[in-house]
Write a protein that binds this ligand. Structure first.
Ligand SMILES: [Zn+2]
Length: 319
């Protein structure tokens, strides 16, 4: 059996499991390493958690990755750290000396899962700590000659509040307002600007600065009007970006993944569809069917990493 240890390294937590060990394979999690230097210790802990050595290790990394090149940055994981000299494969090799190694972008892991399910033309939008994107055209991932594609979270949107800073350090970026952390910052901003509405909402009683993305998501699920208004406004930069992908590439299907997307649930496709439809011409596309939330997103990403390793059994570092 080709037993793949799949590891999803996120901005906040690292999750792992071995999908070949059964449909309901256990998933473990711990906080993400706070620096590249801490990664070895975290991987060693994961190795000891997995009862028997895996044939391969497939890791999803939250930053741009291009075939034959080094990493560059991972703003949601290690803000401000230059990764050009960080050898991720060597770090993995030091902990897993006998395993086949695969490193792909974390959003590509969801893409691999959807490709295995037969999807051919779609966009994966990861709404977690930050915003990631991957476009697939006729079953192929499109990232450009240097692997720079898939980062619409760092597109500067003129409507994004200039006060909010993206994890990459930039301002006005889609990820600064439409990501989980962005919604958290935006909710704090709106709460301080509209204190009476804030106090009357389900979020009231907290200091704006202490609000979490999880609390905003829970208030949205409970139908709180203030939280829904915050979410609708926070999603507009991302909705505009998806409208641009539609008119530029003809993309019609957007699959929403990531912890925040799953936490918010059904309101998200509706709000994004409304925002996207308002920001491009009417070509007859049914925006009401364009967005969907992929459930069980952690298990899905680990299954995608597993599928990638099964189909590319060589040692790889690819987009
Ligand atoms: Zn950014």
């Amino acid at each position: 059996m080709y037993d793949v240890l799949a590891i999803n390294l996120g901005g906040t937590s690292i999750k792992w499991g071995c999908p070949a060990r059964g449909a309901d394979f256990p998933i473990a999690t711990m906080p993400s390493p706070k620096s590249p230097a801490e990664l070895t210790a975290v991987l060693t802990r994961i190795r000891s958690d997995v009862a028997r050595p895996a044939s391969a290790v497939a890791l999803g990394f939250p930053g741009p990755i291009a075939a034959g090149t080094t990493l560059s940055q991972a703003p949601t994981l290690w803000p401000g750290v230059d990764l050009h000299r960080f050898d991720l494969l060597a770090t993995l090799r030091s902990v897993f000396p006998d395993a086949g190694l695969h490193v792909i972008n974390d959003v590509s892991a969801y893409g691999a899962f959807l490709l295995a399910r037969g999807l051919r033309d779609f966009c994966v939008l990861n709404i977690g700590s930050g915003i990631g994107s991957k476009i697939y055209v006729e079953g192929a991932e499109v990232n450009g000659p240097r692997g720079r594609g898939g980062e619409i979270g760092h597109w500067r949107d003129a409507g994004a509040p200039a006060d909010l800073r993206c994890d990459c350090g930039g301002t006005g970026h889609v990820g600064a307002v439409s990501s989980g952390r962005g919604v958290q910052r935006f909710a704090a901003l709106r709460a301080s600007q509209a204190p009476e509405r804030f106090r009357a909402s389900l979020l009231g009683g907290r200091r704006p600065i202490d609000l979490t993305a999880e609390e905003v998501a829970a208030a949205v699920r409970a139908g709180d009007g203030f939280a829904l208004d915050i979410l609708a406004e926070a999603m507009l930069p991302l909705a505009r970006a998806t409208a641009l992908l539609h008119v530029a590439l003809g993309c019609e299907r957007y699959v929403l993944v990531g912890g925040f997307a799953e936490a918010v649930g059904d309101a998200l496709p509706r709000l994004l569809a409304r925002g996207a439809a308002a920001h491009c011409w009417d070509s007859g596309h049914d925006w009401g069917q364009a967005f969907e939330v992929l459930r069980d997103e952690v298990r899905t990403s680990l299954l995608g990493l597993h599928h990638h390793a099964l189909t590319r059994r060589d040692l790889t570092l690819c987009a």
